[in-house]
Design a protein around this ligand. Structure first.
Ligand code: NBP
Length: 471
């Protein structure tokens, strides 16, 4: 492995960190950046690292690599990837491997993988999670597409390790690596929202930021242990210059870069009810309406009842909602895998998120066990362990949502998660009425519970109702 060469293009924070990580693991890293000055200052800033080979021209970059060349792109998703490929691909040969390690949209990776395959170039669309620190010391890596056989060793070497297993494994064909990274980010949105709702409830029930931090630390000692819980406690303990908690001075308008929205758009296109992830994305949108909310706060009335809820109940609501987040993420993976015949295996995906990435959490050990015990598990909620955990949590979970509603405190993710749970476990929903309404005004037809599925019926419900069944 030592002295093998890997090329890396794109030397912003992620590219620099990955280069150093690869170099630490014995690889010589040939680096290139559009702005050559960045390459120079990166090399100058790391004089102890002799395995970095800077190049200022793309021809020299390509020429420094052994064949088959292995090239990692760490540039901005979208146009930057297209621009780099346009310069790079004409200089490559059949058999070379391009790894796109950025946050590319999975359908772009699917397309690039197919197009480059016609030239014999292997394209590995690779989700990488963990931010700067992860990239530097061990990220979670989700490669999909072609070229895994060439990249298995270096990617596995630099990935996070949990219980001796690398958080890196081939996901599946085409754009599946970036698809799974997108789902990771959707779950991340939901996980952050369920934690934010606990924070809201804990603060609204009179706890200081420091007391709230202590509660999160306690929660984080058990099944809720996670990176996001840990950083939440740390954030709540940071004081501004005047000694006040810094978090309370931050404008309550959450930004988003788009991977959560991509997840929800994908869920809608597949008819998958990933309601908690959707609420998490939309809660950020609602938060961003800051001026309108401030105006509405002075005009619209709510209840004046105090919030009556126990700390233990909030913990259970957080736990149950978080399980539903994961269940919905894996539902979407299952649906897309079926649609595109990717044959994705949750039992190989869940363990990749146990280390290195933003959603790393103790719960992922149990999720991994659930899918390893039953690789065909259709929904995480049906795993016996998680069914029991939710059953034990549900009384508290319902109390929290009821108490929040009575006190006028929004808990959109907890409510969406509970409604999903109740909807999923309800054998007969009121959709029969919706079908009747659709048939009444649009002659859209309906199926009957006392006939075979696939047989469609239309009724002339009333004079003036629709008469002609639509196809
Ligand atoms: P950025 O996403 O900010 O991208 C900056 C890099 O893209 C620079 O090297 C820049 O070159 C290059 N670039 C651009 Br912009 N346009 C280009 C073009 N037309 N041709 C060639 N190069 C171009 O960097 P990052 O934050 O390090 O992220 C890299 C990738 O990793 C992104 O896809 C990001 O979404 C993903 N990611 C980031 C994080 C994180 O925590 N930051 C975490 C996980 C994944 P220049 O120096 O010449 O401008």
């Amino acid at each position: 492995m030592a002295d093998e060469r890997i090329g890396l293009i794109g030397l912003a924070v992620m590219g620099q960190s990955l280069s150093l990580n690869l170099a630490d693991h014995g690889y010589e890293v040939v680096i290139f950046n559009r702005t050559a000055e960045t390459t120079r200052s990166f090399i100058d800033g790391n004089p102890e690292q002799s395995r970095l080979i800077g190049t200022a021209e793309i021809e020299r970059f390509v020429g420094e690599l052994d064949r088959p060349r292995r090239i990692v792109l760490m540039v901005k998703a979208g146009e930057a990837v297209e621009a780099v490929l346009a310069h790079l691909v004409p200089r490559l040969d059949a058999g070379d491997v391009i790894v796109d390690g950025g946050n590319s949209f999975w359908a772009d990776s699917e397309r690039r993988s197919e197009q480059l395959a016609t030239l014999g170039i292997r394209f590995l669309g690779t989700g990488i999670s963990g931010g700067e620190q992860g990239a530097r010391f061990g990220p979670s890596i989700m490669p999909g597409g072609n070229g895994w056989e060439e990249m298995r060793e270096p990617l596995t070497a630099i990935a996070a390790k949990v219980d001796g297993e690398a958080c890196c494994d081939w996901i599946g064909p085409g754009g599946s690596g970036h698809y799974v990274k997108m789902i990771h980010n959707g779950i991340e949105y939901a996980d952050m929202q369920v934690i934010a709702e606990a924070y809201h409830l804990l603060r609204a029930s009179g706890r200081s930021a420091a007391e709230t931090a202590a509660v999160f630390r306690r929660f984080g000692e058990g099944s809720l242990s996670s990176y996001l819980m840990d950083i939440t406690a740390q954030i709540l303990e940071v004081a501004d210059d005047d000694g006040e908690p810094l978090v309370e001075k931050i404008l309550d308008a959450a930004a988003q870069k788009g991977t959560g929205r991509w997840t929800v758009e994908d869920a809608l296109s597949r008819g998958q009810p990933t309601t908690v992830i959707a609420e998490a994305v939309l809660a950020r949108s609602l938060s961003a309406l800051k001026d309108e909310r401030v105006h509405a706060a002075s005009r619209l009335r709510g209840p004046s009842a105090p919030l009556v809820v126990e700390e233990r109940e909030i913990e259970q609501a957080l736990l149950a909602s978080k399980i539903v987040c994961y269940a919905q993420g894996f539902m979407l993976i299952r649906a897309c895998s079926g649609d595109l015949s990717w044959a994705l295996q949750p039992a190989r995906i869940a363990p990749l998120w146990r280390g290195g990435c933003i959603i790393r959490a103790r719960m992922l050990n149990d999720i991994t066990s659930a899918y390893r015990n039953d690789p065909e598990l259709s929904n995480l909620l049906l795993d016996p362990h998680f069914a029991d955990v939710i059953d034990n949590a549900q009384a508290a979970w319902r109390n929290v949502i009821a108490a929040a509603a009575k006190a006028g405190i929004p808990v959109p993710a907890y409510s969406a998660a509970l409604s999903f749970y109740d909807g999923f476990r309800t054998a007969r929903l009121p959709a029969n009425l919706i079908q009747a309404q659709r048939d009444f005004f649009g002659a859209h037809t309906y199926e009957r519970v006392d006939r075979d599925r696939g047989e469609h019926f239309h009724t002339q419900w009333a004079p003036g109702a629709a008469t002609t069944p639509s196809s």
